[in-house]
Ligand binder design. Structure first.
Ligand code: T3D
Length: 261
């Protein structure tokens, strides 16, 4: 299939595959447009309660396609514009989607590709995958949230090493450092990703979306503000049908049947 983005609609969730394997799924404008459309479409579908993002072929994503980054004589390429138009809205969108997003990192995740994975709610990786802040190799600054995610996930010393040295971080070490959730043998990755999505899609989606909001806000809130926010979000969660079902199921010693509302 030639489409740069493939969408597989499953029961309760969707799998989005970045599909430019010959270029390690690096981003072109048309791939950005296709991904945005796929994410908008998933959000508009009330039966979609989780999402998996993975890559076709041997890579997850090598960030920006550098083929169109060699300026011709007399031409100026303004990179900030690409961030403003595509990458930044993409990162915000992944954080703001009202259901969990799983990145199933099947191979190398480099440049913006690494940080798009880190923007997802749960990152799982194949043992052979690597995470590479490739930017400094070509004179750029980690973008797509890299300078925000890295110190928060692995601490300032490791964040600086990763960003300044641009060495590939193998998946197992990424897990040991707390950069990602789990690392699986290569042939188990997609099965595990599907299992996670099935589990999340059967969860109390509205409550899960509030958890995403609370954790994002905690990155900048002080404790007092965060306690107030938890109170407010708990009020919302507490008036949801899924909360009522959760308590009822607990009392009846059975598995809850959440509707996502
Ligand atoms: O608007 C803006 O530009 C600002 C936004 C910036 C966001 C960014 O993401 S900047 C960072 C861009 N990405 C990179 O710098 C990574 C470049 N790629 C690599 O360093 C290596 O390819 C990898 C470490 C990811 C993988 O290495 P390896 O040895 O496994 O594979 P390879 O042979 O290098 O790549 C396979 C093919 O994919 C190859 O093509 P070929 O020779 O078989 O025809 C290679 O050129 C192509 N490819 C890989 N990454 C990119 C790419 N082609 C275009 N753009 C890429 N980013």
């Amino acid at each position: 299939d030639e489409s740069p983005i493939l969408v597989d609609k499953r029961q309760g969730y969707r799998v989005i595959t970045l599909n430019r394997p010959q270029r390690l799924n690096s981003f072109t404008e048309s791939m950005h447009h296709a991904l945005k459309a796929a994410l908008d479409d998933a959000q508009a579908d009330s039966t979609c309660r989780a999402l998996m993002i993975t890559g076709a072929g041997r890579g997850f994503c090598a960030g920006q396609d550098l083929n169109d980054r060699l300026a011709k004589p007399g031409e100026t390429i303004v990179l900030g514009g690409t961030l403003e138009e595509f990458y930044n809205p993409l990162i915000r969108k992944l954080r703001d989607l009202p259901f969990p997003v799983v990145a199933a990192v099947n191979g190398v995740a480099a440049g913006a590709g690494a940080n798009i994975a880190l923007a997802c709610d749960i990152v799982v990786a194949a043992q052979s995958a690597t995470f590479l802040q490739a930017f400094s190799k070509i004179g750029l600054v980690p973008d797509s949230g890299g300078t925000w995610f890295l110190p928060r996930l692995v601490g300032p010393a490791r964040a600086r090493g990763l960003a300044l040295l641009a060495e590939p971080l193998p998946a197992q070490k990424a897990k040991d450092w707390g950069l990602i959730w789990e690392c699986y043998p290569d042939d188990e990755l997609i099965g595990q990703g599907n299992e996670l999505c099935e589990r999340l899609a059967a969860g109390p989606t509205y409550g899960l979306s509030l958890i995403k909001r609370a954790l994002d806000a905690s990155e900048t809130n002080d404790l007092k503000t965060q306690l107030d926010l938890e109170r407010d979000l708990q009020r919302s969660a507490g008036s949801s049908p899924d909360y009522a079902e959760g308590v009822k199921a607990f009392m009846e010693k059975r598995a809850p049947n959440f509707t996502g509302k």
